[in-house]
Design a protein around this ligand. Sequence first.
Ligand code: AGP
Length: 366
Amino acid sequence: TQVEKAGYKHFMAKEIAEQPGVLADALRHYLKDSGTALSLPEEVDFTGVDRLTLVACGTASYACLVAKYWFERIAGLPVDVDIASEFRYREPPLSPTSWALFVSQSGETADTLAALRYAQEKVAKIVSVVNVPTSSIARESDLALPSLAGVEIGVASTKAFTCQLTVLAVLALKAAVDRGRLNPEALAGHLAALSALPGLMNHALGLEDRIATIAAQLAEAQDVLFLGRGAMFPLALEGALKLKEISYIHAEGYASGELKHGPIALIDSHVPVVVMAPRDALFDKTVSNMQEVMARGGKVLLLSDGAGVAEAGAGIWQSLTMPMVDPFTAPILYALPAQLLAYHTAIAKGTDVDQPRNLAKSVTVE
Ligand code: AGP
């Protein structure tokens, strides 16, 4: 069946807008009893699993990086994350009591498939999170979990990413339950945070006009930095990748704490710095990072909630007030403004959003 743009100018715009709906679909699949209990195949039992190795490319690898924070913090399970093209040639030792997990939208990415084949017979279980259930990666896994984003056509991955994150979040909660790390109340809190996401995403999508106004100015930059801390660090990487893919503006993502170890040398009044930081336990550290940027004439675009924007105070170039969100699910929600920022910057530059130069939707060459 041919997928249409359904009135949107680009597939990417349509796929961004679809996120509240497809995420709700994924939640209906992976949760039961009106979202108050996990619903996973029986084989998803982390008892006796001592380590997870997560492998993917590009945006899918950033989903894995977010998941590392969840598995380690909530489930106390050690996680290694690797990009497939490094993993497969490094020949890493893998423990027979570990699981290897591969994340891919297409399920056909050559490096990810080769990495999966490398891990076969070396680990206890090969699990994949794939958007195309008939794909090679799905077929060659012991267990393939669908990400349920629906067909994604835009080369820049959007809804596949937030659905991958949702499946990984559910897996991290299951690991925490199996390892006796999560009492029923804590589990209920995390499940409620997941169930709140579709509604919060609708709020975030409502910021589109404001984002488009900011993007028109961002389009004049030659370089943009993205900063984030903790589980928001991979979102900084994702925001930068999205922007460079479709607007061709040079962008880099850094962990906020790394700024002073090098990248701060790049800061001047021509380099916008996008700070992705909900008001959390480490927010005051982020405020001092922003001050370091502003003291050097840098322009800060702060993506935070109302409390964060208020605390950041004066001197910020632009701010975008996001809805309040549980820290657990914040990385999923903050993907949306990052996608919209890239999209509208590309629109302002007049680039080909759905078919950016030099890129293919599915990278089946090595
Ligand atoms: C994301 O916007 C990219 N176009 C790219 O990084 C992509 O995520 C990567 O090639 C992995 O693809 P896959 O999920 O189909 O394996």
